[in-house]
Ligand binder design. Structure first.
Ligand SMILES: [Zn+2]
Length: 372
């Protein structure tokens, strides 16, 4: 996400902090100044913010590491002041898998609460006999109530995330359950409508109670839900087309010793953007040269450079008979810009994201055309 700063890489997943997190720091400083806090209160508030931050981070890793068990990788985890976001490279498709991945996050918060709960029985309850319950103001700075505060925060996170407001975790759980009976498309439709109703209620409540963080979360849910629904609609269209029907069959073959001028002039004329690279000797595909590689070559500025200096080794393939969604998923999860299209072990064409976009545009204008 733009405006995010990578702060760590855990289990191979980049953890990004969104710039709006600086508001949290400003908020703590403002509170400290406005309420004339002493050092202990400022420390308490900072530790509470840090504890909340760690709880949200662990929640997101709950999703990411569970998804990994089903072979779905996570591009990155973004931490925003209103919560976290684990961006999976694709969504688990089996309803059961989506159910487990979605519920894993809130389960982490339940587990954290359970870890903290011995303190409640062993320290808090006996200690309550000779001290009053804190008010919101007296709570800050009182370390006796710090663990109970973190406990209630984690219970709150679990409950809040389990609200059936798609695309929040509870909404995903609901969609997964509905999808078992109704299929993914219909289940998403229902979950999205329910999610948007709850989001609208949150926005109204936020404005009515002057608690604008609810309003922001409501707006976020509302728009993410419609975005996801558009994506599910697109997915359905992609599933109805065969890769072979959109693949380009007359593509330019580059060899290792081809001059970089060749792909550059094709790119300039807007004919092809990504290429397959072949070996001169055995004419087998050995890698790809993407638009990014070509631009890198141009920046390096050597006019007689060869493809061999800039191409990327390795190749992702897709069968002519597989649907476009499979091709699209493969590009997203591998980061490849172009796929080799195979039929019975033979290379018959190439497909890239532009061709898929082009197909979607046509389908959008002429819903009746069929492909494959
Ligand atoms: Zn979650």
């Amino acid at each position: 996400m733009s405006g995010s700063l990578q702060i760590a890489r855990l289990f191979g997943i980049p953890v990004q902090l969104h710039w709006s997190f600086s508001f949290v720091v400003l908020f703590i400083l403002y509170m400290g100044f406005e309420k004339n806090m002493d050092a202990a209160q400022l420390l308490w508030l900072s530790l509470a913010a840090l504890g909340l931050f760690v709880s949200i981070l662990l929640h997101e890793f709950g999703h990411a590491l569970t998804a990994r068990r089903y072979g779905v990788e996570t591009k990155d985890i973004i931490l925003l002041p209103i919560g976290g976001l684990a961006r999976l490279t694709k969504l688990p498709e089996q309803p059961f898998q989506e159910f487990v991945v979605a519920i894993a996050g809130p389960c982490v918060n339940v587990a954290l609460s359970l870890l903290l709960s011995p303190y409640l029985f062993l320290v808090l309850v006996p200690g309550l006999e000779d001290r009053p319950l804190p008010t919101p103001d007296s709570l800050i700075g009182d370390f006796f109530f710090f663990v109970p505060f973190m406990f209630s925060m984690n219970v709150g996170l679990a409950i809040f995330n389990l609200l059936p407001a798609f695309p929040m975790d509870g909404g995903r759980v609901l969609r997964a359950l509905l999808a078992i009976k109704l299929g993914r498309f219909r289940a998403t439709q229902i979950a999205v409508v329910l999610g948007q109703l709850i989001a609208t209620a949150m926005m109204c409540y936020g404005v009515w109670s002057n608690n604008y963080s609810y309003a922001f979360i409501g707006i976020f849910i509302f728009f993410t839900a419609s975005k996801e629904f558009r994506w599910v609609k697109t997915e359905r269209v992609l599933q109805q087309a065969k890769t072979g029907s959109v693949a380009r069959t007359d593509f330019t073959k580059l060899y290792r010793n081809t001059s970089m001028q060749v792909p550059y002039s094709l790119l300039l004329r807007n004919q092809e953007r990504h290429f397959l690279v072949f070996d001169e000797q055995d004419h087998q595909v050995i890698g790809t040269l993407s638009e990014g590689d070509i631009l890198k070559g141009l920046k390096a500025g050597s006019p007689d450079a060869r493809v061999s200096a800039f191409y990327t080794e390795g190749l992702e393939t897709v069968e002519t008979e597989s649907d476009l969604k499979t091709a699209n998923d493969k590009m997203r999860s591998s980061g490849a810009d172009i796929l080799a299209v195979m039929e019975e072990g033979e290379l018959v064409g190439v497909v890239d994201a532009d061709m898929i976009q082009h197909y979607l545009k046509l389908r959008h204008r002429l819903p009746a055309i069929g492909a494959g």
